[in-house]
Each structure stands twice: as C-alpha cells, then as structure tokens.
Design a protein around this ligand. Structure first.
Ligand SMILES: C[S@@+](CC[C@H](N)C(=O)[O-])C[C@H]1O[C@@H](n2cnc3c(N)ncnc32)[C@H](O)[C@@H]1O
Length: 350
C-alpha cells in the first residue's frame, strides 16, 4: 500500500464517521472541525510504522480510527475534553471494532498527558490553536526520532505562532519532515540532543528569529487584543504568576500578580462605551538574553460613561521569557505633571 489513491481508498472506510462529525458540529455548535486530509495522515503514520500514537483532539473519533490503522498493532491514546464528544467517540470506535486499539481519555490535554506514559512514536495535535507549551510537552512524550504532526498552526494567535516558529526552527530539536492538508499541518521529527544538525528544508513561513521582532509581534498582539477588548488574549501577553507588576495611571496604581492585573483589565474593558483605540509612537526595544525592555509613548482614545478620552502616556515595559515566549512582566505608565497645578498633563504629545 503506497499510492495516495490507496490511502484514500483505505480511509474511505471512515467516511461515514467523518460525515457524522460534520453533522454533529452543525447541531452541537462546537469546534469539532474534522481533519481534512485523512489519507495524508494515514500515509505519515504508516511511513513511521508508528506502534504507539498520542492524539490531542479526538472529537468523535475520526482521526483516532485512521491513526489506529497505521499498523496492525498500533495503539492510540486520544484525548478529548468535551464529555459529549468522548461518549460519541467511544461508541463510534467500538462500532468500528477498534476499541481494543484506541483509548479515549476524557479531560484537558495537559491534565491527561500528565498521567500518560510515553514514549510515543507519533503525536498528532488536532486541538484548536497549538501553543509552544503544548509543543514542548509533546516533545517530552515523543521518543527521540518520533514525529510530531501539528495541525491548526494557522489558528494560533499571532505572537504564539511566531514563538512556535522559533521553537521549530531550532535545528537541534526538530527537523521538518513533511506537510499534509495542503500545508496546513506540518510534521516535525524530534531530533536527539547531540545529533548532527539536519540541513533542513525551507521553513521561510515559520522564520522569526530576532528577539526584537518577537517583541514587536507581542506588542501588536497586545494592541489587537486591547482594541477588541479580548481579555483572554491580552492576558496571554503578560507574564503569568505573582511576579507580574504594573504601575498604572488608574487606581489603585500598583498591581501585583497576573490575577490581580486580569481583574483590572476586566473592569477596565467593561467601563468602555465602545472598543477603544491605541496608538504608539517612538517605540524603542532593547533585548539581552531573556530580559528586554521597551520605551515609548502610547495614545489612548476611548469613551467611558459618555466621557471622551484622548490622552498620551509614557510607557516603559519590561519583558522576560516564559517557556520560550516573550511576555510583559512589568509595565509603568505615567503622565508628566504640571508643577504649578500638580495636575497630570495628558496632551503633551499632540
Ligand atoms: C478540531 S477537533 C478534532 C477533530 C478530529 N481530530 C477529527 O478530525 O475529527 C478539536 C477537538 O479538540 C477538543 N479540545 C480542544 N481543546 C482541548 C483541550 N484543551 N483539552 C481537551 N480537548 C480539547 C475539542 O473539544 C474538539 O473536539
């Protein structure tokens, strides 16, 4: 079995399950978007002769069944967080006679992975947007030389996507091994530490090596999140945990810890009458190792309780790397003071 047509014929056995996934998603209104290149996925798993496979994102079982067809002995651990999907997947897999080969684990990816024993020959990520943290965790459960098949790369946030590109660019850790699903899903081989660096293939679309560029990307991510009042997205740009510190212009002026700052942003977003806009000027970036800072001016235009604001502030941000990604660990926002009146000046840039 080797031609693309042969794989397509083989995968046709699961076409009804794929159609059921599409129908389920329409009715359930969930994110169970079924994988669009079952033949390509089977070809990759078969070429690896993968005996142990880990899948993240079962939905109702379509790709788990394909992966289980890699060899006659293949065992698949697949993880799904939606209990309704888990129940449907278990039924579907049993109906196809694959329940001794596929184990559906119910729960969050990270929580379930903590209890699974690797090493796996192949890991397939088909959850929603991948993250660098997830990729690092999958690397740990892959055997040296194992294959990570990573879908939905285009669904990662802008900053995350660039960090992922940096991770995969490390030739001592990964080698691009192929692509399926029209390039939407890439396969990377885990490189043994100490193994000679592969020459690699073109990864132009993934390149983003300079720290300065990554920090600019993080700032763009922040701007887009702020302007759309996307709380989860903006909080992804901050350093998690108690070390985060903000000196803001708003009361209580000092915010310690990521959770405290999240509550502040939630309140702040709720105060706006409509989405605010931010503008930046004179940004300068300085990086060294895992620490960086930026200086510059930021304009905030918005309306709160019918009162319009258009103010410029001075902004100094500190950054540290968290699990390979730049995050804001400190920000200091201020306005100059008119020494005669003691009142802050907000139009100094205009
Ligand atoms: C794109 S669908 C998987 C499609 C499936 N592989 C197929 O081709 O039919 C993604 C699935 O991942 C699940 N999921 C997303 N994030 C998750 C998480 N953090 N933990 C567990 N399951 C998650 C969703 O509930 C959804 O069913």
């Amino acid at each position: 079995m080797s031609s693309v047509q042969t794989y397509a014929d083989e995968v046709a056995r699961f076409a009804t399950l794929q159609a059921a996934t599409r129908s389920h998603r329409r009715h359930h209104g969930c994110n169970a978007y079924t994988f669009e290149d079952g033949a390509g996925l089977l070809a990759l798993a078969r070429a690896e002769s993968a005996a142990r496979i880990l899948e993240l994102g079962t939905a109702i079982g379509y790709t788990a069944c394909i992966l289980a067809s890699a060899t006659e002995q293949t065992q698949v651990d697949t993880i799904e967080g939606d209990p309704e999907h888990v129940a449907l997947a278990r039924n579907n897999i049993r109906d196809l006679g694959l329940d001794e080969r596929v184990t559906v684990h119910s729960g969050d990816f990270f929580e379930v992975m903590a209890d699974l024993n690797g090493p796996y020959d192949l890991a397939f990520f088909d959850g929603l947007g991948p993250t660098v943290r997830l990729i690092a965790t999958l690397r740990n459960v892959l055997r040296p030389g194992g294959l990570l098949v990573c879908g939905n790369l285009a669904h990662a946030g802008t900053a995350e996507r660039r960090s992922i590109a940096v991770e995969f660019e490390q030739s001592g850790r990964w080698q691009l091994a192929g692509s399926i699903e029209g390039g939407g899903t890439l396969a990377f081989r885990k490189i043994n530490p100490g193994a000679p660096s592969p020459t690699g293939k073109s990864r132009k679309e993934l390149f983003m090596t300079s720290d300065e560029e990554q920090i600019h990307a993080l700032r763009t991510e922040w701007l887009e999140a702020a302007q759309s009042r996307d709380l989860d997205r903006i909080m992804e740009t901050y350093y998690p945990g108690p070390d985060y510190l903000a000196y803001d212009v708003m009361p209580p002026f000092i915010f310690e810890g990521w959770e405290t700052f999240r509550a502040h942003w939630k309140r702040f977003f709720e105060m706006f009458d409509r989405d605010p806009t931010f503008e930046r000027a004179d940004t300068k970036v300085h990086c060294s190792g895992d620490v960086a800072f930026t200086t510059g001016l930021t304009r905030f235009v918005g309306s709160i309780g019918g009162k319009a604001f258009d103010i410029w502030t001075r902004e100094t941000l500190g950054y540290r790397k968290f699990e390979g990604n730049w995050r804001i660990i400190h920000d200091h926002v201020s306005v100059p003071i008119d020494l005669d009146t003691g009142i802050g000046i907000t139009d100094f840039k205009l």
